[in-house]
Write a protein that binds this ligand. Structure first.
Ligand code: ZN
Length: 299
């Protein structure tokens, strides 16, 4: 069976793997994201060594964003206007294509994670679903009618605007572009800035979590009403907080207020808004799925 390369190119770390799925990973490595030269160089070195041992059919990359996902664009495969120092307008794909001459898959980290969950995880058999990661940023991707969501760009669900009650929450938000967009109110850095300590150090009964669940539920209700997803998968560091899922379930039900009368919302919401089945591996598995699809796309 053909093997594939996957690169989860994150803003804080890269994960590279060779395999054909979650039960068949032949090699894997991870290293911190430093400069583009050093980090892409380490990824190239990993695949150079793997290339000598395995037949690799394609490489997929799941990248932090924003990216240019349009294959017709001259900057396809670039990380574009990122605030991450040294990385704006970095060509992520060409170095691999030049060295290995392989088909390349490329998409956002969240679209890739969505694809991984569709192939092997919590979105198997679904054609319309959403995947969010809530961590150092808040990103969303997913599929509509069986295709990963692309359009003018890629989804930027983290930057949707949500109601902000300044009396309940005087924190102004910390998105450099919007202040109190959803990411500016609910991503990990917002938790830390509002409460003066990192999210993972806040106890489960801290008021921070009810507020966090409220903001995430506001965003999720927007997504439910726009996309009509068959399921929503929530990953990322903030979602590792014990007890956050039940708070979100209750708050989504409260905000929808009986408007959508379906069992998925009213009775089985704990199977409707779920963690990723692939856990922290959704990104790199999604990158492998992108590689598989890059080969199919050629055929
Ligand atoms: Zn924003």
């Amino acid at each position: 069976m053909a093997l594939f390369g996957g690169i989860e190119a994150g803003g804080t770390k890269f994960v590279c793997a060779v395999g054909s799925g979650p039960d068949d990973i032949r090699a894997e490595t991870r290293f911190p994201t430093t400069t583009p030269e050093e980090t892409l160089g380490q990824a190239l070195a990993f695949f150079r060594a793997q290339w000598a041992e395995h037949e690799i059919g394609a490489i997929g990359m799941a990248s932090f964003g924003p990216v240019d996902p349009d294959p017709r664009s001259p900057t396809y495969g670039y990380v574009t206007t990122t605030p991450k120092s040294g990385w704006p307008f970095t060509d992520m794909v060409t170095p691999f294509r030049q060295e290995f001459g392989l088909p390349m898959g490329f998409d956002t980290d969240v679209n890739a994670a969505a694809l991984g969950e569709n192939r092997w995880g919590a979105a198997q058999g679904l054609d319309t679903f959403v995947y969010w990661t809530v961590g150092t940023g808040l990103g969303g991707g997913g599929m509509v009618n069986g295709r990963l969501i692309h359009g003018l760009l890629h989804p930027e669900m983290g930057h949707m605007m949500v109601t902000h009650d300044h009396e309940r929450d005087p924190f102004p938000g910390n998105c450099p572009y919007h202040g109190d967009c959803l990411e500016g109110l609910a991503a990990g850095p917002a938790l830390q800035a509002r409460w003066g300590q990192r999210g993972e150090t806040l106890p489960p009964d801290h008021e921070a979590w009810a507020l966090e669940a409220h903001y995430l539920a506001l965003g999720l209700v927007n997504v439910i009403t726009i996309v009509a997803p068959q399921r929503i998968i929530l990953g990322g560091g903030v979602m590792a907080q014990p007890g956050i899922f039940p708070l979100i379930h209750k708050e989504v039900q409260r905000l929808l207020n009986g408007y959508i009368k379906l069992p998925a919302i009213l009775e089985e919401i704990n199977q409707y808004i779920v963690p990723p089945a692939l856990g922290g591996r959704a990104g790199v598995m999604g990158a492998i799925a992108l590689a598989q699809d890059a080969v199919l796309g050629q055929g």
